[in-house]
Design a protein. Structure first.
Length: 447
C-alpha cells in the first residue's frame, strides 16, 4: 500500500479521535512531493486536517508546490491567520493565480491583509489580463548596472538573492531601468573582479508584458534560457519569466488542449480531488453543443431518405465513412495544432497548410479507397465498390484539408485552436461526408 493509499483509507474521524501524533510522524517521513500528492488526492476537508499537522516551514513549502485550485480549496478549511500567512508567503505571480481561483470577496480580503510592498507587487501583476505573460511574471529579480564591475555585481546579486526569483541569470539595466542585457552568474563569478558587466552580458531577448504567456513560454524553452525579461512598451524592465513558470504554463496549455480536443473543459485540478458536479460541468456544455451540431447529420440523412430507400445497402457504409472522415480531420487538426503550439506554422501559412493537407488526404484516400473498392466490389457489386472507393478518396481529401486549416483560422480570429479540433471537425466532416457520399451514389447508381 502506498502512502497516498494509506491516508486515503484512514478515516478523518480516527485522526480527530487521537491519532494526531502518529499521523504527523507519518507525514514527517515523506518528502514535499509525496505530501503534495497525498493532499491532491484527498477531499478538501480531509486535506485541511492533514495539512495542519505539518510543521510551519514544511507547510509553506508544501502549499507553494500545490496547484492554485488546490490551494484555494485548502484555504477554505484553515483559520484566518493561517490563510494570511500562507498568502503572504507566495511570490506575487503565484498570488495572482490563487486570486483567480478564490471568490472575489475572499480575494479582496487577502490582498488587504498583505503588507504594502507585497500588495503593490501583487497588484502590478494582477494589472495585466489573464493569459498574458505580465500576469505570470515575477517582479522580483536580480539586476545590475552595465558599468558595475564583476566584484560589485556579485555583491549586488548577493544582496538581492533572498528576494529574487532566481539569481543564476542576472538582468542588466540602465539608470532608467531600461533593459540592456542579460549576464550569467557563472560568468560573473569566473571573471576578473575588475571586468565590467557590459563586457560579460549578452544581447537580451525579451517580450512585452501584454504578450501571450504561452508564446513567451515557448520562446524561453526553445532558447533554453533560465529567464526571459518582461518589459513595457518603452523597454523598461517590469519582471522576469522563469523556466519553471514557463514549464507550468506549457503544461497547463497542454492539459487544456487535450481536454478540449476530447470535447471537455480542463479540470485544472487532480481528477480524484474534483467533485462529481465539477467534472460533469466540464463536459456538459460541450455535449450539448455536439448534440445540437449533430442534428446536421440527421438533416442530411432526411434529405437523402429517398436515395436510401432505393439502395438500402448504402446505409451499411455510413458509420464507416463518417468515422473515416472524422478521424482524418481530427488527425490533421491535431498535427497542425501541435505545429502552431511549437511555432512551426503561423496564420499566414494557411495556404501552404491547405495544399499540403489536400495532398496528404488524397494519398490516404487512395490507399484506403483502393482497399474499400476491392472489398466492396467482391462482397457486393462493382457499382457499389466504385461508390465506396470514390467516396473514401473524396472524404479523406476534404477532411484533411478542413482539419488542417481550421486551427489556423481559429488562431487568426484569436480563438483557441483546440476548440476547433476533434469535436467540431468531426461533426462537420460527418455531415459533409454524407453529402459527398450520397451525391456520388446518385451519380454512379443513377438513383
Amino acid at each position: 500500500m502506498t502512502d497516498a493509499q494509506y491516508f486515503e483509507q484512514t478515516p478523518t474521524g480516527s485522526i480527530d479521535r487521537g491519532s494526531l501524533t502518529s499521523t504527523a510522524l507519518s507525514l514527517a517521513g515523506l518528502d514535499t512531493h509525496e505530501v503534495v500528492e497525498i493532499l491532491e488526492r484527498l477531499p478538501p476537508h480531509r486535506a485541511a486536517v492533514l495539512y495542519r499537522l505539518l510543521e510551519k516551514d514544511r507547510a509553506l513549502a508544501v502549499f507553494d508546490a500545490l496547484e492554485p485550485a488546490i490551494q484555494a480549496d485548502l484555504l477554505a478549511g484553515l483559520r484566518a491567520d493561517e490563510v494570511r500567512t500562507l498568502f503572504a508567503s507566495l511570490d506575487p505571480d503565484d498570488r495572482a493565480q490563487l486570486v483567480d481561483e478564490v471568490p472575489a470577496k475572499v480575494a479582496v480580503r487577502l490582498l488587504e491583509d498583505l503588507p504594502p510592498a507585497d500588495r503593490q507587487d501583487t497588484a502590478e501583476v494582477l494589472g495585466y489580463p489573464s493569459g498574458t505573460v505580465g500576469r505570470r511574471m515575477s517582479p522580483h529579480f536580480a539586476n545590475v548596472h552595465p558599468d558595475a564591475t564583476a566584484a560589485e555585481a556579485l555583491d549586488l546579486v548577493r544582496a538581492q538573492a533572498r528576494r529574487a526569483e532566481t539569481v543564476y541569470s542576472v538582468v542588466v539595466t540602465g539608470s532608467g531601468r531600461e533593459l540592456v542585457g542579460v549576464a550569467s552568474l557563472r560568468e560573473i563569478i569566473a571573471s576578473d573582479p575588475t571586468v565590467r558587466v557590459s563586457e560579460l552580458m549578452s544581447e537580451p531577448i525579451f517580450v512585452e508584458a501584454t504578450e501571450d504567456a504561452e508564446k513567451a513560454a515557448h520562446l524561453l524553452v526553445d532558447h533554453a534560457f533560465l529567464l526571459l525579461p518582461v518589459v513595457d512598451t518603452e523597454q523598461r524592465l517590469l519582471g522576469i519569466l522563469t523556466l519553471d513558470d514557463a514549464a507550468q504554463i506549457l503544461r497547463e496549455e497542454a492539459d487544456e488542449d487535450a481536454a478540449r480536443a476530447g470535447g471537455a473543459e480542463p479540470l485544472r485540478r487532480p481528477y480524484l480531488s474534483t467533485s462529481v458536479f465539477r467534472i460533469a460541468k466540464s463536459r456538459v456544455v460541450w455535449l450539448l453543443i455536439l448534440a445540437i451540431s449533430g442534428l446536421l447529420t440527421v438533416q442530411v440523412l432526411e434529405i437523402f431518405e429517398t436515395t436510401l430507400d432505393q439502395a438500402v445497402v448504402l446505409a451499411m457504409f455510413i458509420p464507416l465513412l463518417t468515422g473515416m472522415g472524422g478521424n482524418t480531420g481530427s488527425q490533421a487538426a491535431s498535427t497542425v495544432t501541435r505545429a502552431i503550439a511549437v511555432g512551426d506554422v503561423r496564420s499566414s501559412d494557411v495556404g501552404r497548410v491547405f495544399l499540403r493537407e489536400v495532398r496528404v488526404g488524397f494519398v490516404l484516400g487512395v490507399l484506403l479507397g483502393s482497399l474499400g473498392f476491392l472489398l466492396t466490389a467482391v462482397f457486393y457489386n462493382l457499382p457499389t465498390g466504385i461508390v465506396i472507393g470514390t467516396t473514401i478518396v473524396s472524404v479523406c481529401t476534404m477532411a484533411a484539408a478542413v482539419g488542417g486549416v481550421m486551427p489556423l483560422i481559429a488562431k487568426a480570429i484569436k480563438v483557441d485552436p483546440a476548440v476547433f479540433s476533434t469535436p467540431f471537425i468531426t461533426t462537420f466532416c460527418d455531415a459533409t461526408g454524407l453529402v459527398i457520399y450520397f451525391s456520388i451514389a446518385k451519380a454512379v447508381l443513377g438513383l
